[in-house]
Design a protein. Structure first.
Length: 477
């Protein structure tokens, strides 16, 4: 029996939405040079939330210049202990304003409030706390006796974890004495702008962080700017490859966090109910808009039927709908473009002969929605087994031996994440050594911690964010 839940919506009154937002340059909110703007919508309702300034090349230039000045005059020369005080202050204000940020993130992105409240916002604060602790200990980080900042970092982030990706990028860059020009994604600019307010509130010197909102062209202008010493990009593999081509030979440093097609591998001895929760968390968390999602389930043949049956039963209890409702498990798809991509790939799954099952949940009338979906009878050559769907769609494949599981898991151009479910410790260690993925989880999935490095290889990119390793990208060592 499924429980009927009474609506439990979080109030949006705590968010002070402004009708329009400017660019954050040199410590002030300013109008863009040519006055252009775009709208950001709530993907759960299609309601326009605000108009946001679109930065052109001249605005990006102003932002880079402000960041360069701040790096030379205030932030770079400042002692690590002083920089740490600012970062600790930012972390504390993030905690103080956590409810507001969670509601705003859910409004702008469509993710359930349960996730923005319990994951995105607290983790964002945790990354600032963590890197604040490193700011006065850089010479002990293992990168030589006197590591130096590299200058202005151009940081480009996607829409799936808007505030958290900003924190992942900014906290290590600032701790190491760099300054930043941050380019949020077009569909989710609002929490980065509140973060800019928080920097003002924390008294961060002007120019240390600049936020240039806009679409892909704004990001491209930032990549091309000669005053930027390093580009940190999180986004799609295609755009990442283009950036890498463009930066070749320029001497600018680059880290890329790109897509993935993670394997979640379940052995017959796994604690099944726990594994079911892990599979659900692996691919239906954040509507599957997760680069390290466990989008390919590899399940041992002997238990495949049972696992799929349990999974379907579990998915029918997930509640899809209003992201601001505290009972909601599955929120809205971030944009019509993303919905179209998911729909197209799911149709390809059917056309190529896989068996589709979709949770029978009612979809709201307005907004962008896709119900939790499972494909069985998937073969490794199917597009749904190879391409990143970035939506709540799971492809199930089977295996008989650990060797076959490893071979199938590694049969991808990506290399970001993998999960292993088994009671056998020696198998976990053996598998973790064989799997070509930057992160391997054992009997859990999608766990993040500021002390732990995260990143991929092959087409998932290079460089690490988080942990001591995450400092390296921002230090001249
Ligand atoms: P995307 O189109 O590559 O966009 C990422 C960011 O780059 C956005 O801010 C985007 O601006 C900007 N951008 C677009 N074209 C650009 C260009 N030519 N030059 C510079 N910047 C440009 O990716 P997305 O669709 O937003 O994000 C989904 C992808 O990100 C997925 O493939 C996912 O796997 C990956 N991702 C990876 C990680 C990781 O850590 N590995 C984490 C999260 C997401 P607009 O949004 O305004 O177009
Ligand atoms: Mg939006």
């Amino acid at each position: 029996m499924n429980w009927e839940y009474a609506p439990a919506p979080e109030s949006r009154a705590i968010v002070d939405l402004q009708p329009s937002y400017g660019l954050f340059i040199d410590g002030e909110f300013v109008d863009p040079g040519d006055g252009s703007a775009f709208k950001t919508v709530n993907p759960a309702t299609e309601e326009v939330l605000a108009e946001v300034a679109a930065a052109g090349p001249a605005d990006v230039d102003r932002a880079v210049e402000a960041a360069r000045r701040a790096q030379h005059e205030t932030w770079g020369p400042m002692s690590g202990a002083e920089r740490a005080k600012y970062l600790f202050r930012v972390a504390r204000i993030l905690q103080e304003r956590s409810r507001e940020l969670a509601v705003l993130e859910s409004l702008d992105n469509g993710k359930p409030i349960r996730e923005s409240r319990d994951i995105d916002v607290p983790l964002s604060a945790a990354y600032f706390f963590y890197y604040a602790g490193w700011a006065d200990k850089l010479e002990y980080a293992g990168f030589g006796p006197s590591p130096q900042p590299i200058g202005v970092a151009g940081q480009i982030i996607p829409w799936n974890f808007p505030l958290l990706m900003a924190a992942w990028k900014l906290a290590p860059a600032l701790a190491a004495g760099n300054t930043s020009v941050l380019k949020p994604a077009e569909t989710t600019p609002l929490t980065a702008l509140v973060l800019a307010e928080i920097f003002q509130e924390a008294g961060l010197p002007p120019g240390v962080v600049n936020v240039v909102t806009g679409a892909g062209a704004t990001g491209a202008a930032l990549v091309a700017h000669p005053g930027v010493a390093k580009i940190a990009f999180t986004g799609s593999t295609d755009v990442g490859k283009g950036i890498q081509r463009e930066l070749a030979g320029t001497g600018k440093r680059l880290t890329l966090e790109l897509g993935g097609k993670g394997a979640n591998i379940v052995f017959e001895d796994a604690p099944l109910d726990q594994a079911i929760e892990g599979i659900v968390n692996g691919i239906y968390f954040n509507q599957g808009h997760v680069c390290c999602a466990g989008s390919r389930l590899l399940v041992q043949e002997s238990i495949a039927e049972l696992v799929v049956e349990k999974l379907k039963a579990r998915l029918q209890t997930l509640r899809l709908g209003d992201p601001l409702d505290k009972n909601t498990d599955i929120g809205a798809i971030n944009s019509p473009v993303q919905l179209e991509k998911i729909t197209e790939l799911a149709a390809a799954g059917v056309a190529e002969g896989a068996e589709r099952w979709t949770s029978p949940c009612a979809l709201p009338e307005h907004g962008f929605w896709f119900p939790p979906t499972i494909f069985t009878d998937v073969s490794p050559s199917h597009r749904i087994a190879r391409e990143e769907i970035f939506g709540p769609v799971l492809s199930v494949l089977t295996f008989r031996t650990p060797e076959e599981a490893v071979m199938k898991a590694n049969n991808t151009p990506y290399g970001l994440s993998a999960g292993i479910w088994t009671e056998k410790g020696s198998r976990i260690l053996w598998m973790a050594q064989q799997l070509r993925a930057g992160v391997v989880w054992a009997n859990t999935f999608n766990r993040f911690d500021p002390t732990s490095p995260f990143g991929g290889y092959r087409e998932s990119g290079f460089g690490r964010e988080g942990g001591r390793h995450g400092l390296e990208a921002y230090l001249d060592v």
